[in-house]
Write a protein that binds this ligand. Sequence first.
Ligand code: SF4
Ligand code: SF4
Length: 451
Amino acid sequence: MSTHNAKTERYQDGPATGIHVVAKPVGPLCNLDCEYCFYLEKRALFGTGEKYRMPDQVLSRFITSYIRSQPTPMVEFVWQGGEPTLLGVDFFKRTIELQKPFFGEKSITNSLQTNGTLLTDEWCAFLKEYNFMVGISLDGPKEIHDRYRRDPDGNGTFDRVMRGLRLLQKYGVDYNVMACVARETAKHPLDTYRFFKDEGIEFIQFTPIVERMPDKQSSQPGLRLAGPAVLDQEEHQTEVTPWTVIPGEYGDFLIAIYEEWVRNDVGKVFVMNFEWALNAWIGNPSPVCVHANQCGRSLVIEHNGEVYACDHLVYPEYRLGNITKNTLREMTARSFQSGFGTRKETALPRWCKECEVLAACRGACPKHRFATTCHDEPGLHYLCEGYRRFFLHIRKYCHAMTQLLENGLPASRIMDAFKGPLVIKRQVHQQKSGSYFGGPSPTCTTKIDPQ
Ligand code: SF4
Ligand code: SF4
């Protein structure tokens, strides 16, 4: 399954933050055959006889170009698939070798997104030695995980993934869990969340699964799923795949977990979806493209050096060039000139522009804006109902946590407020000319009430 790395923040805003590139050195090749995977079908783009292994020349050129394109002191490499561990540890030893000459110049980090089934002692020792951050795809307990995540023979993969997870834990590798929320998964929020907690998993990202059935207009030869939505025209094909999550149920799934988390686990379990929401409430730019103002700074490089505008948009019309012929700077500029990034914001329907939770949602990913608003405007995200329900529901909690943070207290103190009203009396330092807050009182009192 191709997914984003949970702790990988996708830098979006301003030239000073650089670009972010997800590398797919094995292309769409995978040892599993998860029912909902949107990337396996990309094999149709490369034809038969393709060797799905990034050649050394492409790898070397990518590493150099990526590091040179970054104005930031930190450069983050994200290795994804398909299943990148199919390449073997030696491929990644070579990447470290190629990165080493830049170690004094930049702070370089590596993340690996894996299904976990091929992890071994050798792998984990290597990942630990070079401080890789590993994102492991695990959807929940066995019955939930095995519902969609199967191998080509149709067997569930839970036991093999758990064996990989235990190895990561044994070697002390930094990891997080990427949990996909497909139609059936959404019916079991607490079983899923409690399972993760019981397994000692502290970093979790929930990713909703949305795909449309293909039709003549929306799909391309050889691809079994519809392509991205066309934002300014009504989409006739709105039928989703049987594994696509139901919008309201996705909202309810997140709400159920949030209710448990906000009472018991703030500061102990990090659910990235909740972190992003609080971040937005505070007024910071989103670290994740889906809820950022614009797209355009998260490119993807395929095994053959082809670069595309985003890993959800690996389609010929979103191809930006090839790393063997173009620099990443040139290709990013091309993406910007095409207007792809800004369209996320400018093409929002009025329904979104006037939405109470726009600041947190931002209309979500344009690829899945194939729904129509109640005013018959096209370009609404398929999951709107779920997002809206969730962001509205957690607003009071985000407000309370913001108050805590403004008062210099950790957001986790919100858990105290569920035991009774939490009144904070905070000493205000006096300046010679008056208090920092402009009032005469030496203390300020804030009542935190999330109920
Ligand atoms: S199209 Fe979707 S996945 Fe791609 S950068 Fe935009 S928001 Fe992110
Ligand atoms: S919740 Fe719905 S209406 Fe609001 S910004 Fe998101 S997609 Fe648009």
